[in-house]
Ligand binder design. Structure first.
Ligand code: ATP
Ligand code: MG
Ligand code: MG
Length: 594
């Protein structure tokens, strides 16, 4: 592929590799990893990254950026990338999401099988370690059990301009704290009655260092650990430990975690001093999250679209979820290309949706077989057909290449030609006939000569209309001896070539014309009501005629419908009850806003 563009993360990694920052690190014997059983052995991977989703929803295009970044860097620098479920929040998590995330990462083309075995982890497997680490912090005077009311705790935290106030529980002895923490663990205290807090600095200008909570009481069944625990670690405490146990070298996260980095470092330093974690510790680096125009990526708001039935489900082809993009017809290659093209930066910006569409076109241009489809059909009858061919039922065979010449690499065998029939009647697009042509119109109007693409040259003679003046049939004369690919094909000059499908062999299809879900480029910016920004025309369903080569289409197969754009056979509905169903992925050109 293309040479990879450098970015600040690549530079950091290259510097670490050159300095050997992590070459002296040896396995610390972390839980959950077969390879870690070789404790004391040098780490076989040069760098370690991770993609750490919380299994509380479906992944979206923003996650795809993070997946491509983390797995891509590991691949490029001889490292490994872990898929880790950050499952420390039992109420919101579910195995349904675990399975969908595994599917999504695999579909995007990445694997966590690599050096030292499989790197699929769940944070909840480390709950025992996290608990022991918390006791160690308590014993060493770095944590205390706080029993202030939630309101007092909030008030005493202070704010940006005001330093916080120490809790009256802050000076408990380690022995008192340890006893109380064990009571929390043993279910002696009700939910919300106490939290364990790191003891750092209530006057810190960084509010995240004002004695952050690290454990809370929550009687909730966890999808992995069941009812074993009634206390759960807070994300900010769990995450650095997960990274350290898995020997992550570069822990990449989005910019909103920048203010958490001092706590990340504080915690790992304390646990290293206690001899619990190996050194050097992982380092956190922040990059800008993906903001894509016309798209929302908040899980909560996406869930609202599903629950309010504004879309058909998480995999509705208009959804920015990975399952939605997949059903829409996006390919893993296009999404990888997109991630590479947008790169990573340290400041927030908006990426135009057309960049994503452009990547899809680039990927499919050389892959998607061509086909003709008529989306708004009107019948065209060649009135002299019987005279010319001896019978009104006569059919002529036409062929066209499945891929254009430019799409075939040198030495590659082109796929077999498409074969279809032309007869007395064909379907054409309604917009390809005008009884009174506007200026510059080159398609069908009485007296004009056009080619039926891949078939014959015809001369338009008129039309038939119903009582309302609507055209019901277009009439033309076929010009003998002009069939594409035959010696006389160019004997008559045509003003235009139009697409068509034979009435004799065309197959009916439902075509779903998707457009953007929102008509506002920033549907949820500045507290806007994103539901009022929904595009009322984001889905139009039409009954179309498509050429017979599409009878062989399997769900998920992609095509270029000539002149209309890229389409995919719907992975859920295509073929059900013998019905053909195609989704429009995107048009042929960037026509948005034009
Ligand atoms: P929430 O925290 O509300 O559940 P989330 O979108 O942050 O939602 P996570 O499961 O925490 O979901 O995300 C997993 C990883 O994906 C994180 O490392 C996060 O930084 C990254 N990520 C999430 N959204 C984006 C985005 N829009 N662009 C880039 N990376 C993202
Ligand atoms: Mg999260
Ligand atoms: Mg998050």
């Amino acid at each position: 592929g293309d040479a990879k563009a450098s970015n600040f993360l690549r530079q950091i990694i290259e510097t670490d590799l050159a300095k050997g920052t992590y070459t002296s690190r040896h396995w610390a014997g972390s839980p959950g990893d077969a390879a870690h059983q070789a404790a004391g052995q040098p780490d076989p991977a040069k760098i370690r990254t991770r993609f750490p989703p919380e299994p509380n929803g479906y992944l979206h295009v923003g996650h795809a950026k993070s997946i491509c970044l983390n797995f891509g860097l590991a691949r490029d620098y001889g490292g490994v990338c872990h898929l880790r479920f950050d499952d420390t929040n039992p109420e919101k998590e579910d195995t349904e999401y675990v399975d969908s995330i595994i599917d999504a990462v695999k579909w995007l083309g990445y694997s966590w099988e690599g050096k030292g075995g499989s790197h699929l982890y769940q944070a909840s497997d480390y709950f025992d370690f996290m608990y022991r680490a918390a006791e160690s912090l308590i014993e060493r005077g770095h944590a205390y059990v706080d029993e202030q009311s939630a309101e007092d705790m909030r008030a005493n935290r202070g704010d940006f301009n005001t330093p916080g106030k120490n809790s009256p529980f802050r000076e408990r002895t380690p022995a008192e704290n340890l006893a109380r923490f064990r009571e929390m663990r043993d279910g002696k205290l009700p939910d919300g009655a106490a939290v364990l807090r790191a003891k750092i600095d209530m006057a810190s200008p960084n509010i995240n260092l004002r004695d952050p909570a690290i454990y809370r009481i929550r009687r909730a069944t966890h999808h992995n650990t069941g009812d074993k625990w009634c206390i759960y670690p807070m994300y900010t405490y769990a995450h650095p430990i997960e990274d350290a146990l898995e020997q992550i070298t570069h822990s990449l996260c989005t910019l909103e975690f920048e203010d958490q980095r001092p706590f990340y470092d504080w915690l790992l330093e304390r646990l290293n001093e206690a001899g619990l974690l190996a050194s050097p510790p992982p380092r956190q680096y922040e990059f800008a999250r993906l903001n894509l125009t016309y798209v929302i990526t908040s899980k909560r708001k996406l869930a609202q679209l599903v629950n309010d039935k504004r879309v058909s489900g998480w995999d509705d082809p208009r959804m920015p979820t990975i399952v939605g993009l997949r059903r829409r017809g996006y390919t893993p290659e296009a999404i990888q290309l997109f991630a590479e093209r947008i790169g990573v930066t340290k400041s927030d910006s908006w990426i135009d949706y057309s960049v994503l569409e452009g990547c899809l076109r680039e990927d499919l241009e050389h892959k998607a077989h061509r086909a003709m489809a008529v989306l708004d059909p009107v019948k065209l009858v060649m009135t002299n057909w019987g005279e010319v061919f001896g019978s009104d039922d006569h059919l002529e065979t036409c062929t066209q290449p499945a891929l254009p010449h430019s799409a075939i690499a040198e030495g590659e065998t082109p796929p077999p030609d498409r074969v279809f029939m032309i007869g007395k009647a064909v379907w054409i697009e309604r917009e390809d006939f005008e009884e009174v042509p506007p200026k510059g119109y080159k398609r069908l109007f009485p007296g004009n000569v056009v080619r039926l693409k891949g078939g014959y040259v015809i001369e338009c003679t008129g039309c038939a209309k119903d009582a309302d003046g609507r055209v019901t049939e277009v009439h033309a004369k076929v010009i003998p001896g002009t069939k594409s690919g035959t010696p006389g094909a160019d004997s008559v000059k045509a003003k235009a070539a139009i697409t068509w499908v034979g009435v004799a062999d065309g197959i009916p299809a439902e075509v779903r014309l998707y457009d953007r879900l929102f008509s506002d480029p920033h549907p949820d910016a500045g507290g806007k009501d994103f539901l009022s920004a929904l595009n009322p025309d984001s889905l139009k369903v039409v009954q179309a005629w498509v050429e017979p080569s599409l009878a062989a289409a399997r769900p998920d197969d992609k095509f270029q419908f000539e002149r209309h754009g890229y389409f995919v056979a719907d992975r859920v509905d295509h073929g059900v009850g013998g019905k053909a169903v195609f989704n429009r992925v995107t048009g042929l050109k960037d026509s948005w806003g034009k």
